[in-house]
Write a protein that binds this ligand. Structure first.
Ligand SMILES: [Fe+2]
Length: 121
């Protein structure tokens, strides 16, 4: 059943019951070291605990941002996808950056997960 309160905000690990957060907060993993202008892989997996991907209840998409800058969106299809994607990205500025991933569940709204990366020379 849809939970209307969750649709009025960007939810985080601190939102809603812990059981719900565990299945919706995107977990970002970075492979290797991030270097200015060099491609590197970022994996976004929705939930520490797997989320169902059934027709009536599924993760519709994930968006990836670096700070407030939009990078990518991946759409998912119920029954035919797992809510997980690996993207190859390139960051153009040195220093600490925050990768932010947003997942949208059709019943539980939008959830944000973050990962700090140190972009080297
Ligand atoms: Fe959900």
């Amino acid at each position: 059943m849809a939970e209307p309160g969750l649709f009025c905000q960007i939810n985080t690990a601190a939102s809603g019951p812990a059981e719900t957060a565990k299945k919706h907060v995107p977990v970002i993993t970075v492979q290797g070291d991030a270097k200015v202008g060099q491609p590197f892989a970022v994996t976004i997996k929705v939930g520490e605990a797997p989320h169902v991907m059934e027709n009536g209840h599924f993760i519709q998409f994930v968006d990836l941002y670096c700070g407030h800058i939009y990078i990518s969106r991946v759409d998912f299809t119920a029954e035919l996808n797992k809510a997980e994607a690996t993207l190859t990205i390139v960051l153009q500025h040195e220093g600490k950056r925050t990768l932010r991933a947003f997942s949208r569940c059709n019943l539980h709204g939008i959830w944000e997960g973050t990962k700090e990366v140190n972009v080297g020379k």
